[in-house]
Design a binder for this molecule. Sequence first.
Ligand code: NAP
Length: 286
Amino acid sequence: MTAAKVILDGNQVAMDIKEKLSGRVMSLLEQGIVPCLATILVGDDPSSATYVRMKGNACKRLGIRSIRVELPENTSTDELIAAIQELNADPNVHGILLQHPVPHQIDERAAFEAISIEKDVDGVTTLGFAQNAFGFADFPSCTPEAIVAILDYYHIPIEGKHAVVIGRSPILGKPVSLMLLNKDATVTTCHSKTTNLEDIVRLGDIVVAAVGRPKFVKGDWIKPGAVVLDAGYNEGNIGDVDYADCLEKASAITPVPAGVGPVTIATLLKHTVEAAEKLADFRENS
Ligand code: NAP
């Protein structure tokens, strides 16, 4: 008899996170603090505009204010940094999210670094990344935290497991590798220069796909019983994992949509509320 498969329901995990937040938002509002997330969108990439709109709508539903800063495609690095500094200086803004990717003329790293650490709710600054690497970040990157939150919600053990992460971007592959390592997994991080990728993926008890290529991970790469987390989000609502194929082999798997995506947004809201709470604590104690 084969064991039942678990479809890791991101909507359910996201709901759980948001339910726990609503009382905290209320309490902030009673103190006269309206938690506020500022999103910055540079250019007119339709997918990025959709992500920013989804984040704004999610804020609204929870009573979090959202500010949308839209800058033209030809914005320079200096102009973007100036917009970020304005948000840094605004005491009514608690979190800042610069939507990735930005147009090619912009030095994205310099722009990320301009976000003040107190408002770096997506863990994009060097300091935020380093704190996450050491395991004491206030705000780890949202998608990596979402992946760990899904594993935790479903009581899937991480300690001692071999986690194979495909992708090493600073916002996803690398931080999720570090988070899994900090939770005592043995981690292999793969990338475009990895040789024998399929054989390495076959060793994974936990496989995280963060590649940015639709249906990249195939079912015959998956060790029977492995847990598969698909962080990918490609045009047409398609993940980085060939879902139907991998479902056959996995013991648990996230779908796309309704997997990692909604939990990422819920995590962003959580970080924004936490940033506002920190400010409230600071005010109370000073
Ligand atoms: P990225 O910056 O483009 O990084 C992709 C990574 O995949 C790179 O490290 C790259 O290796 C690696 N890669 C590319 N081709 C490969 C290959 N053939 N074999 C092995 N590795 C390969 O992308 P990202 O920002 O990390 O995003 C990854 C995916 O997650 C995308 O689908 C994106 O849409 C999605 N995403 C989802 C959420 C969410 O909320 N669900 C949030 C953010 C991103 P190199 O480093 O060698 O180039």
